[in-house]
Ligand binder design. Structure first.
Ligand code: ADP
Length: 319
């Protein structure tokens, strides 16, 4: 292995830059050449490929987003698109590829693997919904953004004695909602993994109100539905004044936390090591604070589980 490529794909996440930096520096440290592929699979097909040097990744470890930019690319889902991508890689002499992204990006990596091209997936998404890792890169930063918002909303909620609903991202996973809800002391957390009961939510609100609670905070994962719809139902049933905040894309930006930067550096370097050992078709992650790697095809078939004990704890602590 003489020459590696790196690309970021799908939704961006804070810490992707730190992965790119780790891949580039680790590869150069090992006397390899590294090429950056810009605009994800779209740029791969179109040959947007440039050599990266040590200095190309200077001053990015602390920046959100991705210096390689990202894009969605429908063509890469087709055989023709994938073959065009491999042709570009061969043209540039790139023998292995590090792919940083979420679920969809991993499917692209799986497709390349099945065509015999070695690649390693690095989990870069705020949603924490990738199997084969306890944490994805960007999750911790997004979580801290949400906590900051909850704390601020809590101040105004107390002043006005209202019920606040905060809608957070996560696609079909409830991890951001659960972790942020627990850390932010929310009264109710709605996640797509567990059924909710509207009567329970109302009863809980009323109980709180009767014992003199000044405010209530309900966290709604986007995978459950719209916080606006929930707020209407609550207002209709209880007559309590409610307010809704949809946090949206602020959760995707910002300087990565120390934890995300460390994870990004460790996993980026591991991806390079695996490719150097000739191990393609792997997905890297962290489990019980140990670095792991799985067959990417098997990893994609594994379920992503939310922590049931933590979910139960959040209910116990918000009586
Ligand atoms: P994320 O990686 O954040 O989940 P997407 O689901 O948008 O984001 O996927 C990113 C890109 O990965 C897509 O635009 C597409 O180019 C590629 N991709 C997704 N699914 C497949 C697939 N089944 N086969 C090949 N490439 C895919």
């Amino acid at each position: 292995m003489k020459r590696l490529g790196v690309l970021t794909s799908g939704g961006d996440s804070p810490g992707m830059n730190a992965v790119i930096r780790a891949v580039v520096r680790k590869a150069i440290y090992q006397d390899l050449e590294v090429y950056g592929i810009y605009h994800g699979y779209q740029g791969l097909i179109e040959g947007e490929i440039k050599k990266l040097e040590i200095g190309s990744v200077g001053d990015i470890i602390h920046r959100g987003g991705t210096m390689l930019h990202s894009a969605r690319c429908l063509e890469f889902k087709t055989e023709e698109g994938q073959l065009k991508g491999i042709e570009q890689l061969n043209k540039h002499g790139i023998e292995g590829l590090v792919i940083i992204g979420g679920d969809g990006s991993y499917r692209g990596a799986k497709a390349l693997t099945e065509r015999g091209y070695p690649c390693v997936g690095v989990p870069g998404t705020i949603d924490n919904d990738i199997p084969g890792t306890d944490f994805t890169i960007g999750f911790d930063t997004a979580l801290n953004t949400v906590i900051d918002a909850i704390d601020k909303i809590r101040d105004t909620a107390t002043s006005h004695e209202r019920t606040y609903l905060i809608e957070v991202m996560g696609r079909n996973a409830g991890d951001i909602a659960l972790w942020a809800g627990l850390a932010g002391g929310a009264e109710t957390i709605l996640v797509p993994e567990y059924n909710y009961n509207m009567e329970d939510i109302i009863a809980r609100l009323k109980r709180g109100n009767e014992r003199g609670k000044k405010h209530s905070i309900i966290i709604v994962a986007e995978g459950v539905g719209s916080a606006v719809d929930f707020s209407k139902k609550i207002e209709e049933t209880t007559g309590y004044e409610t307010r809704v905040t949809v946090l949206g894309h602020v959760q995707r930006g910002g300087s990565p936390t120390a934890s995300d930067r460390v994870l990004a550096s460790r996993l980026g370097a591991l991806a390079v090591e695996l490719l150097m050992e000739g191990k393609g078709g792997r997905a890297v992650g962290i489990e019980k604070n140990r670095l792991v790697d799985y067959d990417i095809i098997e990893a994609l078939a594994m379920p992503h589980n939310i922590d049931k004990k933590m979910y139960d704890l959040s209910t116990e602590l918000s009586i």
